[in-house]
Design a protein around this ligand. Sequence first.
Ligand code: ZN
Length: 339
Amino acid sequence: MDPRGFPTTLPEFQKVFPNESACAKYLEKMRWPDGFKCPKCGTAGPPYRFPSRKSVVLRCKKCNSNASLTAGTVMEKTHTKLSTWFWAAYLATTQTPGQSAVQFQRQLGLSRYETAFQILHKLRAGMIRPERDPIGGEYPVEVDECFIGGRNPGLGRGSHNMSIVVGAVEVRLRKDSEERKAKFLEAHSGGIPMKKLVYAGRLRLRVIDSRQGDELTKFVQENIAGNSAVRTDGWVGYQKLPSLGHSHERVDIKGDADKADAHLPMIHLVFSNLKTWIRGTHHGAIAHHHLQAYLNEYTYRFNRRFYPMTAFNSVLGLAAKSEAPTYKELYSQEWIHPN
Ligand SMILES: [Zn+2]
């Protein structure tokens, strides 16, 4: 269980949200933490409740107007059970590395594929908002690029249909790193791998058109606090970083995998997991113009992996309102994915 009482396992989740009324109570608590207050006339005090009604509404005892529990959330006007939404949000944000609509339909026992598809897309829309705060500052940041995709049938492998992704991730020291270091040195002689002492903090990912310096410099400028230590390989595209106020920790890797892993362990781990996710969940088939949205979703989940409750509430639209696009916009390509 999360310190704030949010379930972290499936059995716990089942216990906390066993039925529709438990979900409805949760919505009511989220919307009116200090007790019901009529949105129409402003009267505070217990409302009438309709436990048997299909639409989840509360009725003001003073003015008799109905207030919907799902108003302003992704569940507004839904015909799907609240408990299905809750499970879906839980699975989408915490349990698995992202799911396909088919997996969703099966796991939630839904009879229609379209329902699973709709739910998943509404939840995803809440995950593709860009993360705007600059990262770094007191934490060093690893920056590197990777190639995604490039396996279209008939075309074979090659960079001609690959997308370039640049990533930045904070390197944070584990609280028990001194202890771990002592233990490791006792058991082994010699150096201790960095990976054992640190963990990844916040992440940023962006699709770029080329590895030229301009795009890399822009990405660093827009995502990393100016006074941060930035670690990169020896690529010439990063040469402007010192002039931006970063302390640039640059190592010439020259194709040496061990050297690369020693200098940039966290971002390489992120890239490797990202590729596995794209291959596994999306069968490697993400159109270039959708890739940024998927990167944003990946980043969203990654940055909240220690805060399941925040992630859960936020995709259901129970916290800050999202500026997510509608599906129509998303699929007509009218929406430019914010990066
Ligand atoms: Zn009222």
